[in-house]
Ligand binder design. Structure first.
Ligand code: ATP
Ligand code: MG
Length: 348
């Protein structure tokens, strides 16, 4: 069946990306909650039609590790893309809260934030939100057993795309790894439409690059793409390190601009998993983060590596971890709001 806009009841925004907004919606005829992505494109009808046709192969992308596609349509110059709603959001928003008590409060905040008699001296307030920026000491990141479960799902999803649909993902990163309260982990936003890809490329301005060195080289030279599926393996490795740390591995205070960051990716040593992770986990990541694409592990090798073999033999309570990470995230956002109110109070 085809989805149309008038069948949808619009709810809150779930997030914003480089190309548009994702909203929670209700598909009224079926009572199914969906996530609707709006992509603004300045294209003619023929090109928009081509995109909608190309997106159709997403109906064949049915696997436990792939976010389900419900349908796409366009209105004026916007493409609307409806997919399975994942109620715990993306890994980038959970990863910083994945460990126990990253948001402990050293000083009890006042009950009533407007009551100035109770207000602590703002200079003494320690912001206890998990610091997303690397400070030498890790504040967030997901525990190793959860990490193994997440990346195992990612590899199975990527292998499915390659083996069953003959496509590479092209945009592997934590914002495209979605999670739900049942503890399921699924990939979204893989490149199925050449036309869409082409139309987006012009506006591509990410400030955090997950691209493999050879892909950065190829894109900066503007040559025809020479990279292959092993470029996704690099992005997978980099995403794994990011989720382990709780922040992007090339920290902005060291690599103050995109150029410095890209130079580090192309010419520097590849980042590694921190020493507190097991040798097995570190080796698995290192197999993804080889500078030369031909040296990187294949999906089959990654699945057969002890890191993922051990994971498949282990019980991991993913729903419990997701619930706790969401709680910590909500606590942190309430605390941030309270701090903002206090800050405004202190300024006025
Ligand atoms: P980019 O624009 O580079 O792809 P992005 O992946 O963050 O970056 P979007 O794909 O537009 O941008 O998604 C924006 C946010 O919306 C995501 O970060 C995610 O948190 C949320 N989101 C996307 N799809 C879903 C979904 N199916 N269910 C729940 N939340 C979603
Ligand atoms: Mg995305």
């Amino acid at each position: 069946f085809a989805i149309t806009m008038d069948q949808l009841q619009l709810y809150e925004d779930l997030g914003k990306g480089n190309y548009g907004t994702v909203k929670k919606v209700l598909h009224k005829p079926t009572n199914v909650a969906m996530a609707m992505k709006e992509i603004r494109l300045e294209l003619d009808q023929a090109k928009l039609n081509a995109i909608i046709m190309e997106l159709d192969i997403l109906h064949r992308a049915v696997a436990p590790e792939i976010v389900e596609f419900y349908g796409a349509f366009f209105i004026e110059s916007c493409v609307y893309y409806c997919m399975e709603y994942m109620d715990a959001g993306s890994m980038d928003k959970l990863q910083a809260y994945g460990r126990d008590s990253p948001c402990t409060t050293p000083q009890a905040p006042p009950e009533d934030p407007m009551d100035t008699t109770q207000m602590p001296d703002p200079t003494s307030i320690q912001l206890t939100l998990p610091n997303p920026i690397f400070s030498g000491k890790r504040t967030g990141g997901v525990p190793e057993q959860v990490l193994a479960r997440v990346v195992g799902s990612m590899v199975r999803g990527l292998k499915f795309l390659k083996d069953e649909l003959q496509i590479m993902h092209r945009d592997v990163k934590p914002t495209n790894v979605l999670v739900n309260r049942r503890g399921e982990i699924k990939l979204c936003d893989f490149g199925v439409s050449g036309q869409l890809e082409k139309s987006l490329a012009k506006t591509n301005i990410g400030c955090q690059s997950y691209m493999a060195p050879e892909r950065i080289r190829s894109e900066s030279l503007n040559t025809s793409p020479t990279y292959t599926v092993s470029s996704d393996v690099w992005s997978l490795g980099l995403s794994t390190i990011e989720m382990a740390l709780g922040h992007y591995p090339y920290p902005p205070e060291t690599y103050s601009n995109v150029f410095a960051q890209l130079t580090a990716i192309v010419h520097g040593d590849p980042p590694q998993l921190p020493a507190e992770f097991s040798e097995t986990a570190r080796d698995w990541v290192a197999r993804c983060m080889m500078k030369r694409p031909e040296d990187r592990a294949t999906y089959k090798e990654l699945l057969e590596h002890p890191f993922l073999v051990e994971d498949s033999r282990r019980q991991v309570d993913m729903p419990e971890w997701v619930a706790r990470a969401l709680e910590a995230k909500e606590r942190a956002s309430r605390e941030k709001e309270r701090m903002e109110v206090l800050g405004e109070k202190a300024l006025s």
